[in-house]
Ligand binder design. Structure first.
Ligand SMILES: [Zn+2]
Length: 314
């Protein structure tokens, strides 16, 4: 049987007064376990098979749209055209939703890697793809990817896919002053706090959204392969700038998710990308993917979400 496709990968979930929408930019299907920094492939296979996952893994690339009735916030912006035919779906999904790129008020970047940031700018024309948005990111991301000495130490592939792509993508945003870099834990927008979690990249950051007693962390690339990295949080990825620092950040963020019972929204969690974290045995954590809710309001309320402001006015 051929010619069948899934419906568009769009999913809504309320967090307090905010409507959070997962838009899946696509996926990466790996052909090797070498993407993980762990020579014990039997162990990696065992973790994946215990959760009946594809081995080597297939990994979603999620972005999250947050709407509070006033702002339209995109957390990461997909991969543009740089990652091949299984990726780059964000623009068509936004069109499907009826959200014009010009309506996006803010973009929060977890970090500058091609699957997260190559949807910022059209590389052919240098035109910003979200003309009215402010761009929030950790200053260390700018400093690192524009550092000529760091670029000189990189492999040819890293130069092209990371450093050069970052410069093309960030360049116009820095030139016209629409970037808003931060350097430490910081409330970037009302109700949204940036939480630096360095390691995967020098300025990798999570974002915590709080609204009406509910809390969600968008954790970027804290975890790529949940079945493996919650069982053994020490397993790094070959994409990490500093795997040891990334593992420390992973441990810290996972513990925070347990302690505060945060709803996790993950860029590489299986679509639609929501989970909770629990403590497992012997230093491991347990990944509990959230059930699919048939209505955005936790499945209980069939009413269609309306922006709070529209409700007040109406
Ligand atoms: Zn990533």
């Amino acid at each position: 049987m051929t010619g069948f496709q899934q419906v568009p990968a769009v999913y809504h979930r309320l967090v307090g007064d905010c409507l959070v929408t997962t838009l899946c930019d696509g996926y990466m299907a790996y052909d090797t376990l070498e993407i993980m920094r762990d020579a014990d492939h039997a162990k990696l296979r065992r973790f994946l098979q215990a959760e009946t996952r594809v081995c080597p893994p297939v990994v979603s690339i999620n972005t999250f749209l947050i709407r509070d009735g006033t702002r339209v916030i995109l957390v990461d912006c997909g991969s543009g055209g740089i990652m091949g035919p299984t990726c780059g779906r964000l623009p068509e999904l936004m069109a499907h939703l009826g959200v014009a790129p010009g309506a996006v008020t803010d973009i929060l970047l977890t970090h500058v890697h091609p699957d997260h940031s190559c949807g910022l700018t059209d590389p052919a024309s240098g035109r910003k793809l979200f003309p009215n948005a402010r761009l929030h990111l950790h200053r260390a991301e700018i400093d690192h990817w524009f550092d000529d000495a760091a670029r000189a130490r990189a492999t040819e592939r890293q130069k092209r896919v990371y450093f050069d792509a970052a410069r093309i993508q960030l360049g116009p945003w820095l030139a016209d002053g629409s970037a808003r870099p931060f350097t430490e834990r910081h409330e970037v927008l009302p109700g949204i706090t940036a939480l630096p979690s360095t390691g995967h990249t020098p300025g990798h950051s999570c974002y915590i959204l709080r609204s009406r007693g509910e809390a969600m962390i968008v954790w970027g690339d804290t975890v790529h392969i949940p079945e493996v990295q919650l069982g053994d949080p020490g397993v790094g990825m070959i994409f990490d700038s500093d795997s040891a620092a990334a593992a420390l950040s992973r441990q810290r963020i996972l513990q925070l998710c347990v302690d505060e019972d945060l709803l996790v929204a993950g860029m590489h969690i299986h679509f639609p990308g929501f989970a909770r974290i629990r403590r497992g045995y012997e230093g491991a954590f347990r990944f509990v993917q959230e059930q699919w809710f048939h209505a955005p309001n936790h499945g209980h309320d069939p009413a269609v979400w309306q922006p709070p402001r529209a409700k007040e006015q109406g």
